[in-house]
Design a protein around this ligand. Sequence first.
Ligand SMILES: *Cc1c(COP(=O)(O)O)cnc(C)c1O
Length: 221
Amino acid sequence: MNEQILKQNLTNIQSKIGEKDVTLIAVTKFVDAETTRQVYQAGINNLAENRTDKFLQKKEALSNLAPDIKWHFIGHLQSRQVKLIINEVDYLHSLDRVSLAKEIQKRANHPVNCFLQVNISGEESKGGFEPSQVVTVIEDLAKYDKVVVIGLMTMAPIDASPVQLHEIFGELRNLQKEIASKKLSYAPCQELSMGMSRDYEIALEEGATFIRVGTAIYDEK
Ligand SMILES: *Cc1c(COP(=O)(O)O)cnc(C)c1O
């Protein structure tokens, strides 16, 4: 894509982050390996994909060029696909059921940085645990030493108002603080993965530490 526009878009997002200690993850699921390479060369080394086949293709395509990329997996992960990628990811944002943790325990060679996905808004179409389940689920995960819950992740509805976005992201932050206060070695839960192109500014206000941005990086308008 046009280098100038790409850089302008990134500069714009980075200016919204400002001095905050926040990791900008470029979601590359919409773009090819060439554009992904441009994003990396513009200084972004946290990249995310949501499908296992694309994830592996991108990682392979950029492996020589960029050994320092941190790879994030943000999509729903089927249990039978765990073995394909679990030792290739740096962060898994979509731990959405206990049976997935069990499969990770079986397949991972090392502890995996995971975000527990929480369905704060209660939308049927969205995956993740209900907020009321989170504390118990975290307790259940104690037995899986390959799963380290570094934080919580959520997605807001497409049509949420600013007020609703503040509520949703604020609720995730409250849950995160509750878990963090337990000081569990297997679930330090210091991080908040929240905010996408249309809502990352509000997520930043509510304490996001990782934002996952796609469209806003590639927008040629
Ligand atoms: C696609 C996707 C994003 C990025 O979405 P944009 O609206 O393009 O920024 C973020 N998180 C998840 C889980 C996604 O699937």
